[in-house]
Design a protein around this ligand. Structure first.
Ligand code: SAH
Length: 353
């Protein structure tokens, strides 16, 4: 599947014709690998905008949170700032600028697979060190880890209840059109017991890649100490239905319309991820809405201070604040999940803080 010259849709069609339907997981995974490899989706003519690109306040408050945790835990050194999928590097830049004032100057490590985005990140944070995955992150000090809109880009698996049990949801062809079809194999053992008899057509989503990453992050927190923040749109209890969506040029588009040319995402199941972290003796200090969390960290006074220093931008700063915290904008849909190693303090803005 590596011929970069052939449109991905055509490659999928050939594959499906030759070997039968492919899983939603493969469709999403290969589409996003192709999508992120070549372009900066957050740039001027980009497809979507994320919280750090809306306002510097987002990264700054994250930086203050990390600095506060690190100070309360005893200022260990060396300490590592680790970011998963850092995009344009904006969050890291804002966070580290704010944290430096409190003496928190960690070594910066990025996990990023996209060559195009690595180039952009290199300009923002020339001193960072890049990794393809977590395995090569140093082990000799605590990690302060951040992932904003990272987990939602990882490929999901979908199961669908058929007439006689659960099947994997696959992508097949109807002439040249991609269509969802049910796989041939019975998948009942992969379905939680209380979902087994759900009505025909019910869909369940899981994200094995996110689960694997959470398992690894939690292992690191447990071994090395530290804390982690995951911010994404998601939900807090397992629920049925497909949340697979595609965004191109700031519009929702059909996920089948342009594989590799649109950003495919799914909502994050924070409850499952919290359970995985806890299974490795890491504290889940809470999952709260982005609006609540940023408000608890003082976004209102941060916005006032910024506006005082730049009165001409007062209206823009207030609009950015609202965009980040208002319930009908990003405030409620987006959640912030906090994790900390067992012997670390609770963090500001979380129930266990
Ligand atoms: N955190 C940034 C960017 C979010 S977009 C922001 O908030 O603006 C998703 C990011 O995750 C991109 O940097 C993308 O290249 C990266 N990414 C997607 N899948 C990945 C994977 N499997 N491994 C590492 N990085 C990945």
């Amino acid at each position: 599947m590596q011929d970069q010259n052939l449109p991905l849709a055509e490659m999928f069609r050939r594959l499906i014709r030759n070997t039968g339907p492919i899983s939603v997981t493969q469709f999403m995974g290969e589409s996003n690998a192709r999508y992120y490899a070549a372009k900066d989706p957050l740039g001027g003519a980009g497809d979507f905008i994320t919280a750090p690109e809306i306002s510097q306040m987002f990264g700054e408050l994250i930086g203050l949170w990390l600095a506060d945790m690190w100070i309360s835990a005893g200022r260990e050194d060396p300490v590592y700032y680790v970011e998963l999928g850092p995009g344009r590097g904006t969050l890291a830049k804002d966070a580290l600028r704010a944290a430096r004032k409190y003496g928190f100057e960690p070594r910066v490590h990025f996990v990023e697979t996209s060559p195009a985005l690595k180039d952009v990140q290199l300009k923002s944070l020339p001193g960072a060190i890049w990794h393809d995955d977590l395995s090569t992150i140093p082990q000799d000090g605590p990690i302060m880890l951040v992932g904003n809109e990272f987990l939602d880009a990882l490929p999901i698996r979908q199961l669908v209840r058929g007439e006689d049990g659960w099947r994997e949801r696959m992508v097949g062809l109807d002439d040249d059109r991609f269509v969802f079809v049910a796989g041939g194999q019975n998948m009942d053992p992969a379905v939680p017991v209380d979902w087994r008899d759900a009505p025909e057509g019910t869909i369940l989503e899981t994200c094995p890649a996110a689960a694997a990453i959470m398992y690894e992050v939690a292992g690191r927190l447990n071994d090395q100490g530290g804390a982690a923040l995951f911010i994404d749109y998601g939900y807090d209890a397992v629920k049925g239905g497909s949340t697979l969506q595609a965004i191109q040029n700031h519009q929702k588009v059909d996920p089948f319309a342009n594989p590799g040319g649109a950003d495919l995402t799914a909502h994050v199941d924070f409850s499952t991820l919290a359970r995985i972290a806890q299974s490795r003796d890491v504290r889940h200090i809470g999952t709260v809405t982005q609006g609540e969390w940023l408000s608890a960290l003082g976004i209102a006074s941060r916005a006032e201070n910024l506006a005082k220093r730049a009165p001409h931008y007062g209206a823009e700063i207030a609009a950015a604040r609202d965009r980040l915290i208002a319930p009908d904008q990003m405030g409620t849909l987006f959640k912030v999940m906090g994790l900390a190693s067992d012997n670390w303090p609770g963090g500001v803005g979380f129930p266990a803080g």
